[in-house]
Design a protein around this ligand. Sequence first.
Ligand SMILES: [Zn+2]
Length: 119
Amino acid sequence: MPETVTKTEYKPFTMTKKQLASEEFAFVNGNKSVMIERIADGRIPGSYLLKGYVESKERKGTYFQVDIVISDSKHNSIPWSNCTCTSAHYRSNPCHHALRMRDVFLANRNNMLKAVMRR
Ligand SMILES: [Zn+2]
């Protein structure tokens, strides 16, 4: 079947490093590729909700808005994620920005958990 040309292309929402410079973050990793705005206890016991920004690999200095839920009790799985990148828009699996945010959480777990906002 021929490809349709009328399909509207998804335009990913991004922020620049400059735009994010004035924001306050609960956690920023060493190379500033992952900036966490908020860490909260998730609705399911033993889960955490992380909201923040993850830098694009292809376009340095450009960030996607990423929200993930990490399940501590289920081997750090990601039961829910949302990202403004194109991949997340078209696929249901967590995109690599969601995975990257999860990995940064796991690598900096103790510091991150100090910043958890208890509801
Ligand atoms: Zn993404």
